[in-house]
Design a protein around this ligand. Structure first.
Ligand SMILES: *[C@@H]1O[C@H](CO)[C@@H](O)[C@H](O)[C@H]1NC(C)=O
Ligand SMILES: *[C@@H]1O[C@H](CO)[C@@H](O)[C@H](O)[C@H]1NC(C)=O
Ligand SMILES: *[C@@H]1O[C@H](CO)[C@@H](O)[C@H](O)[C@H]1NC(C)=O
Ligand SMILES: *[C@@H]1O[C@H](CO)[C@@H](O)[C@H](O)[C@H]1NC(C)=O
Ligand SMILES: *[C@@H]1O[C@H](CO)[C@@H](O)[C@H](O)[C@H]1NC(C)=O
Length: 178
C-alpha cells in the first residue's frame, strides 16, 4: 500500500518541481540609498513622536523615547555610495520606530521606484522589520509594478556610512520575477 502510494506520488512531485524551476527567474540589483535627516534639505522628516520633547526622554532610555516616532521619506537611490553618482530611482514611504526596548527597530513600508535603465517606471514594495543597529537587515519584497509585477523576494540592507543622523545604506536585492 505504501509502495503504491509512493509510485503514484513520485512522478507528480518531479514534474511539479521541474516546472517550478523553469519558472524561476531571479534578478539581483545593487544600489545605495541616501537617508538625509539633518540639514536644510532633509529627505526623511519626522511627522510624529510620542512626546514633543523627545530630547527630554532620550537620556533615560533612547529606545523608549523613540518608540512611536514616525517618518516620511523620499530618499534617492544611486549606483555607488557617492550621493552624486548616477540616480536610478527613489525610495518613498513611511517608517516608524516600532520597538519599546532591547533594540531599535523600524517598521518599513516603502516603495522603491526606478527612473532609469531597464527598470524605469517599475517599482517594488517592501514591508518589514528593520533592526537598524544590526550589520545586515533582511526585509521582504511583497510585490511590485511594471517589470516587477507579481514579484517576490528579499533585500539585504547594510549601513555603509553615517554622518550625524544621516546614513548611506547599501542594498542587495534578490527578486523572483514572474
Ligand atoms: C525574467 O523576467 C524579466 C522581466 O519580466 C524578463 O524581461 C526576462 O526575459 C525574464 N528572463 C527569463 C530567462 O525568463
Ligand atoms: C526637554 O526636556 C529636558 C529634560 O527634561 C529639559 O531640560 C528641556 O528644557 C526640555 N525642552 C523643552 C523644549 O521643553
Ligand atoms: C556633490 O556635488 C555637489 C555639487 O556639485 C557638491 O557640492 C558636493 O560636494 C558633491 N558631494 C560629494 C560627496 O562629492
Ligand atoms: C523613463 O520613463 C519615463 C516615462 O516613460 C520617460 O519619460 C523617461 O525618459 C525615461 N527615462 C530614461 C532615462 O529612460
Ligand atoms: C552585497 O553583495 C556584495 C557582493 O556579493 C557584498 O560584498 C555586500 O556585502 C553585500 N551587501 C549587502 C548589504 O548584503
Amino acid at each position: 500500500m505504501a509502495m503504491l502510494f509512493l509510485f503514484l506520488v513520485f512522478p507528480v512531485v518531479v514534474s511539479s518541481s521541474t516546472s517550478e524551476a523553469q519558472k524561476q527567474n531571479v534578478t539581483n540589483i545593487q544600489f545605495y540609498m541616501h537617508d538625509v535627516v539633518g540639514g536644510s534639505n532633509p529627505t526623511a522628516v519626522r511627522v510624529a513622536s510620542r512626546s514633543a520633547n523627545v530630547t527630554g526622554l532620550e537620556s533615560s532610555d533612547p529606545i523608549a523615547a523613540m518608540f512611536g516616532s514616525t517618518f516620511v521619506m523620499d530618499n534617492p537611490l544611486t549606483v555607488t555610495p557617492d550621493p552624486n553618482s548616477t540616480l536610478i530611482g527613489r525610495a518613498q514611504g513611511i517608517y516608524a520606530m516600532a520597538s519599546q526596548k532591547d533594540e531599535f527597530s523600524l517598521l518599513m513600508t516603502l516603495t522603491y521606484g526606478f527612473t532609469t535603465g531597464q527598470y524605469n517606471g517599475s517599482s517594488f514594495s517592501v514591508i518589514g522589520r528593520n533592526p537598524v543597529m544590526r550589520k545586515v537587515r533582511e526585509m521582504p519584497i511583497v510585490g511590485g509594478t511594471g517589470i516587477f509585477r507579481f514579484a517576490r523576494g528579499y533585500c539585504s540592507a547594510q549601513t555603509h556610512s553615517t554622518s550625524g543622523m544621516d546614513a548611506v545604506i547599501g542594498y542587495n536585492v534578490t527578486i523572483l520575477m514572474h
